[in-house]
Design a protein around this ligand. Structure first.
Ligand SMILES: [Zn+2]
Length: 251
């Protein structure tokens, strides 16, 4: 019988990830009997959560992804409560599945996906729920190479293209990012727009969110970072990481 937990711990215990792995393991107690309290909440800081994602992407790149917690035992552990370590605002693109890119299992990532990784009202409400109700310490806004939604926004700006149905309205929030990238004279307008689209969202979340999020940022209990996934080499490049405000701040 495959023991995913032991396998995960063995892999993570090598080197600098030992402390992190202990923290991750600590949030996976045995499933409570019916009618009892939920498992203890995790105690990861924002920085530890970010380190876990970076470590998972390194393992994905090395082709040595540890079997994530996706088995029946894990399913039962989290059946009554979820304690994800990060919110991912990511693109719907089929080549960009966050659990795979970060080597994570059931109950670890709270994922908001739409074409172009924008944050509309529904996405914002989902994000607020994850942070305030589930105490998620980290939000990652992740764009990716050759994003079709961003390419559509570039086409609108460059060629006045119109799209059928709701596609045009869907990419409208990306257009300011394209205009900003173009104003900076980007040689690769599409890729610069991908990054600008992420950066603008990160900046908006950090500065113009409701107090329920801003208070946590100020208190060092929430960190919001940007990232870009490279389709060719599999690297998630984190940028706009901001201040490591979560260091030592446990929930
Ligand atoms: Zn995309």
């Amino acid at each position: 019988m495959f023991d995913c937990n032991n396998l995960s711990r063995r892999g993570l215990l090598g080197g600098a990830a030992a402390t992190l792995s202990l923290a991750l393991a600590a949030r996976s107690p045995a499933a409570p009997p019916p009618g009892t309290a939920n498992p203890a909440p995790p105690s990861l800081t924002s920085d530890q959560a970010l380190a876990a994602l970076k470590d998972g992407n390194r393992r994905f790149l090395a082709g040595r992804s540890i079997e994530p917690d996706r088995g029946g035992r894990r399913r039962l552990e989290i059946a009554r409560a979820q304690y994800p370590i990060a919110v991912l605002v990511s693109c719907s693109d089929s080549r960009v599945p966050p659990e795979v890119l970060f080597g994570r299992g059931l109950g670890e990532l709270f994922i908001i996906r739409n074409a172009g990784n924008t944050v509309d009202t529904v996405a914002m409400g989902s994000l607020e729920y994850a942070v305030t109700e589930l105490n998620v310490p980290l939000v990652v806004v992740m764009g990716h190479e050759r994003c079709g939604a961003v390419a559509a926004a570039v086409s609108v700006v460059e060629r006045g293209t119109t799209f059928p149905g709701s596609i045009g309205r869907m990419v409208e929030p990306i257009i300011p990012a394209v205009l900003a990238a173009r104003a900076q004279g980007a040689s690769d307008l599409l890729d610069a727009s991908v990054r600008a689209n992420v950066s603008r969202t990160v900046d908006r979340l950090r500065r113009f969110s409701e107090p329920m999020l801003l208070d946590r940022i100020k208190a060092g209990r929430l960190r919001i970072v940007g990232a870009r996934y490279d389709l060719d080499d599999g690297v998630v490049d984190f940028f706009d990481e901001g201040q490591a405000v979560g260091a030592g701040a446990r929930r």
